[in-house]
Design a protein around this ligand. Structure first.
Ligand SMILES: Nc1ncnc2c1ncn2[C@@H]1O[C@H](COP(=O)(O)OP(=O)(O)O)[C@@H](O)[C@H]1O
Ligand SMILES: [Mg+2]
Length: 151
């Protein structure tokens, strides 16, 4: 896949990953898809929580592993009305995700969609998707790499 590298950060704590995600969220435009990659326990949900905080969401954000999708109303951001948090851990592939109606969320002009286990639907991620790869780097250290799918 054609991607361009944006930046790579190191985090040494859960709080710092949340802070990095909150900063990242501040520059996100309505209509953006954020695809999170990383093993179980890497910090995808921690990142999602910080990201939501950066969008001004004050509700508790936990992983929608069982409900698949959690939606939050965004207030005070021009043209951005919804934050969708999707967890595809239980979804096998893009075919299954399309049955579930994922395409509607992938193309919302007034929403931002953040996806955990994005590799499951890699083949239908739109151009311009921001990829965030979180990897364990010993203890509480994590590497967080940001790239963008060309287009
Ligand atoms: N630097 C760090 N960044 C994020 N999480 C961290 C970090 N160091 C330790 N942790 C811990 O790792 C776990 C990450 O969990 P979670 O975000 O649910 O992972 P995932 O959603 O990727 O499965 C949490 O228990 C968190 O406290
Ligand atoms: Mg998670």
């Amino acid at each position: 896949m054609n991607t361009s590298a944006l930046k790579e950060l190191e985090s040494f704590s859960e709080a710092s990953t949340e802070e990095m995600a909150a900063e990242f969220a501040k520059d996100i435009l309505p209509g953006t898809v954020v695809a999170l990659y990383g093993d179980l326990g890497a910090g995808k949900t921690v990142f999602a929580r910080g990201f939501a905080r950066g969008l001004g969401i004050t509700e508790t954000v936990s992983s929608p592993t069982f409900t698949l999708m959690q939606e939050y109303k965004v207030a005070g951001k021009p043209r951005l009305r919804w934050f969708y948090h999707l967890d595809l851990y239980r979804i096998e592939d893009s075919k299954a995700a399309l049955v579930f109606g994922v395409d509607e969320y992938l193309s919302g002009p007034d929403s931002v969609l953040l996806i955990e286990w994005a590799e499951r639907i890699e083949d239908i991620l739109p151009p311009g998707t921001m990829r965030v790869e979180i990897s364990h780097a010993g203890g509480d250290k994590r590497k967080i790499k940001f790239t963008k799918i060309a287009g």
